[in-house]
Design a protein around this ligand. Structure first.
Ligand code: ADP
Ligand code: MG
Length: 467
């Protein structure tokens, strides 16, 4: 076994390093899952742990399979001659689990004889490919009321991965509100604090592709096995799993395994677990085990500070007036907020002059317009009635009951906002009203949006469903 490990290691490091650090090691005992190796000194052991642990893990896992353990035996440096040579046994810092690295390697076996068939092309790839983006960190994830809970839960998890009750941590919220950024930030922070942990970020979409691939290639077990070796698993956009029962099933097993072993799971989704559709109940119930934290649409102050931070980091100055304008007009998507400011920065540096309000208006308009996706009035009525748990006929009825009137007015308001239909046409489609009624509805909604907090929440929730 050890010889095979050595061959593998030799192929992956410099000859000189091999000679220095691996030649002197002697294998001393092999049990089912554990190999003991004798090293000349404590220093030697520490050096191996620091520099070659990953390589050793991979080599050993290939030989002994999952759960393989490495035990170091340190040769005593004594002067008394014939003593028992081994005095100390140090388990490999409880790192019982072996961790094959290298994510983009397709999960497949080139050599079916290997117990652990992950193909490791060379030392350069042996470093854990966490797939993390270092630019998405906590430092530049600005805090505001809208993200405080999610952000601090993320921090807590990053400080003690697997060691909090936030397992899994589910971050949910609409498009462009920072889910991916926050997920990466958690991973980046964990890598920073615990460099030895295997962290993996992957989108649910890619996870699904890998899974499908593994089924095709008959390597489903390897796929599961691989994921079970991860210490911190971040899966982005789990709503993508909806309706995909095979992937859900495999994820369920992986999740259980990780959770039972105190590994941290972090998920993001565009919906709260209660609103997820076509996700198996048993998975949903797992999602609720930990903490679900929402990223809400940022308030005005947060939008301003995000813009200012971006400008500051790019070393660009911009008149307050412009910042204010952008922050006031782009409300529901931080990605667009950033897009608009980046576009303005580009323009100002290109033209070497200050951005005018006029230009800001043009840019903002482009962003806001681009995001207006055409939705039909029927669809709007359906979504609004679903939201208020009534049916479309009720929404359209003549009743004056307050909550029904409000739902109807909201449907009109969104129809005005998201379709090109005329007021008259909106009116006729939503329960045969005239254009004045629609106009009145839109004004009422605007007013209530300013004065009524609960109503504001209806608008925000529904807006998310349409954008
Ligand atoms: P989501 O995954 O929810 O669609 P992203 O994480 O991709 O959103 O975020 C969109 C953009 O907004 C990214 O460029 C991200 O850096 C930025 N962003 C989101 N939230 C914040 C925040 N709190 N502070 C600074 N930038 C943010
Ligand atoms: Mg995202």
């Amino acid at each position: 076994v050890w010889d095979n490990c050595l061959t593998f290691i030799k192929d992956n490091i410099q000859p000189q390093a091999f000679k220095t650090w691996f030649d002197p090691i002697k294998p001393v005992r092999l049990t089912d899952k554990s190999l003991s190796i004798q090293v000349p000194s404590k220093f030697f052991y520490e050096w191996l742990e620091e520099h070659y642990i990953t390589l050793l893990k991979v080599a050993l896992t290939r030989e002994l399979g999952e759960g393989a353990k490495l035990v170091y035996v340190i040769k005593m440096e004594n002067t008394y001659g014939n003593r028992e040579p081994f005095t100390e046994k140090i388990p490999s810092s409880n790192r019982g689990q072996m961790t094959p690295q290298e994510m983009d390697v397709p999960i497949k076996s080139k050599n079916p004889q290997l117990k652990n068939p992950f193909v490791i092309p060379g030392i350069r790839n042996i470093k854990i490919e966490s797939q993390l983006n270092p630019n998405y960190n906590f430092e530049n994830f600005l805090e505001g009321d809208s993200n405080r809970l999610a952000r601090s839960a993320g921090m807590a998890v990053a400080n003690k991965p697997g060691g909090t009750s936030f397992n899994p941590l589910l971050i949910f919220g609409g498009v462009g509100l920072g889910k991916t950024h926050l997920a990466h930030a958690i991973g980046v922070e964990i890598k920073d604090k615990y460099p030895d942990r295997t962290v993996l970020y992957i989108s649910a979409e890619k996870f699904t592709q890998q899974y499908i691939e593994s089924v095709k290639k008959n390597t489903r077990n390897d796929f599961i096995h691989f994921y079970q070796l991860i210490d911190v698993l971040l899966i982005d956009d789990v709503q993508f799993l909806s309706g995909k029962s095979g992937t859900q099933d495999v994820f369920f097993h992986i999740f259980n395994h990780l959770h039972q072993n105190g590994k941290q799971v972090i998920l993001t989704s565009d919906k709260a677990p209660v609103d997820m559709q076509d996700i198996e109940q048993r998975l949903l119930s797992r999602f609720k085990w930990g903490l679900s934290a929402e990223l809400q649409t940022p308030d005005y102050e947060t939008r301003v500070s995000i813009l200012k931070n971006k400008l500051y980091r790019d070393g660009v100055e911009m008149p307050e007036e412009i910042i204010d304008y952008v922050a006031k007009h782009i409300k529901t998507n931080i990605r667009e907020l950033e897009g608009a400011i980046i576009s303005l920065i580009a323009q100002s540096s290109f033209n070497k002059k200050e951005v005018t309000l006029d230009l800001a208006q043009k840019v903002v308009e482009k962003f806001v317009k681009n995001t207006k996706r055409e939705v039909s009035i029927d669809y709007i009525q359906k979504v609004v009635s679903d939201y208020f748990e009534m049916d479309v006929a009720t929404l359209q009825s003549k009743t004056r009951k307050r909550h029904i009137v409000q739902a109807r007015q909201l449907a009109m308001y969104f129809a005005k906002k998201y379709t090109k239909a005329s007021l008259a046409s909106i009116g006729s489609q939503i329960g045969k009203r005239d254009h004045a009624t629609v106009l009145h509805a839109c004004k009422t909604v605007d007013n209530l949006a300013e004065t009524d907090k609960q109503f504001r929440k209806y608008i925000d929730d529904l807006t998310k469903k349409f954008s």
